[in-house]
Write a protein that binds this ligand. Structure first.
Ligand code: SF4
Length: 384
């Protein structure tokens, strides 16, 4: 397929791998974090770590929106959905994320809640138009990539004078999470991992551009390379990071220049700013409370804010104590280091959020067998 196959070229991947191996200094250990779940998925799917020399390793970051949503917000969504007048519209991944006491949206639906899977914000708008007797709530999650469609849905609902449509907003921001990962004393603080550089997000950066990473790179002295999601994109980004580390540079570079600019999508940024504002603080699974790291609906659009219309309360809720999603999301542990991985926890029966979404590190490792040695996964090994 044109514009896809070129970025999955096996001989080229092996050539880049050979260059990385020749340029990586033998007695130096390089540890890079891919922030984004899309990169985690690509690294597992295409066996990218298998191509790298043993002294160049990848650790997974918190860039999977389903994974970082704390249990308390899922609990709140379930309570909302159990209200008799509410129809909760959600993306499929969220249905299976474990909530408190073994609950989930899927189980709530089985118990009678009106919860519907949608593919877009427009689906939720259409349901609100068709069923004016229902209070339709869109369960909005995601980083800056999925925020513009939610903003447009609110604008559209106002244009259509829909009084039965609201948004339960859980949109989060990438730069504060990167800061939280890098904001550790020395090479790696307690409970955090040493990171020599970051593979920056692809889709998020099409919206926010590369500039927001400048401050992180300068303040924490870590290079950032924004990369696309194809295997050659990731390989090239790793090579660029190795070269920056070798040269003692801490710059923001853009490997994904076919889609990302320094300024990003200014129209989308304006739309986000018109509808949403910063929350003072927001809880992230694995990272805890992060100041100014998430969005809420502005007062000017309060009539489309489900939290205000239904007085939604987010109560403190603990993760399953046996689940190590928090450590996986900070890159401190690999998925297979969790005792539940592949035994009590699998994509069919997830115990933690990292096993639910295909972008979750545990789900990606399990699906592509990356915890086994010498695994060969047919076509997915094309670049190996
Ligand atoms: S294997 Fe399951 S329980 Fe363990 S960290 Fe991953 S998602 Fe959580």
């Amino acid at each position: 397929m044109k514009y896809i196959d070129e970025y999955r070229d096996g001989p080229l991947a092996r050539a880049i791998a050979a260059t990385i191996a020749s340029e990586a200094i033998v007695d130096r250990h390089y540890q890079f974090m891919e922030f984004c779940g899309g990169h985690t998925h690509a690294i597992s799917r295409y066996g990218i770590e298998d191509l790298l020399p043993s002294n160049v390793r990848m650790v997974h970051g918190p860039g999977c929106p389903v994974c970082v949503l704390p249990v308390g917000r899922i609990d709140a969504a379930i309570r909302l959905a159990m209200r008799p007048e509410v129809t909760l519209c959600t993306y499929a991944d969220l249905m299976r994320v474990p909530a408190s006491g073994g609950a989930s949206l899927l189980k709530a639906r089985a118990a009678g809640a009106d919860i519907r899977m949608v593919y877009s914000t427009l689906d939720a708008i259409h349901i609100a138009e068709a069923e004016t007797g229902r209070e339709v709530v869109f369960f909005a999650i995601g980083f800056e990539t999925t925020t513009p469609p939610t903003a447009l849905a609110i604008r559209l609902a106002r244009q259509k004078r829909l009084s039965n449509f609201t948004v339960f907003c859980n949109h989060v921001l990438t730069p504060p999470a990167i800061r939280a990962i890098l904001d550790c004393p020395g090479a790696g603080g307690a409970g955090r991992v040493r990171v020599d550089g970051l593979v920056g997000p692809a889709h998020v950066s099409t919206v926010i551009g590369t500039r927001p990473y400048d401050a992180c790179a300068a303040e924490f002295g870590k290079p950032v390379v924004v990369a696309g999601f194809e295997p050659l994109d990731v390989m090239q980004a790793i090579l660029m990071l190795v070269r920056q580390v070798n040269a003692g540079r801490n710059e923001v570079e853009n490997q994904y220049f076919r889609a990302v600019t320094a300024a990003g999508n200014v129209i989308a940024q304006r739309e986000i700013a018109a509808i949403f504002e910063l929350r003072p603080t927001f809880e992230w699974r694995g990272l805890g409370e992060l100041p100014a790291s998430a969005l809420r609906v502005r007062d000017t659009h309060a009539d489309f804010d489900a939290e205000r219309r239904f007085a939604v309360e987010t109560l403190p809720a603990a993760d399953n104590p046996a689940c190590e999603c928090g450590d996986v999301l900070r890159g401190v542990k690999k998925p297979a280091e969790c005792k539940l991985f592949g035994t009590l926890c699998s994509p069919e029966s997830p115990m933690g959020s990292c096993m639910v979404s295909p972008e979750g590190a545990c789900a990606a490792h399990w699906t592509y067998g990356r915890f086994r040695t010498n695994v060969k996964i047919g076509a997915e090994k094309a670049v190996a």
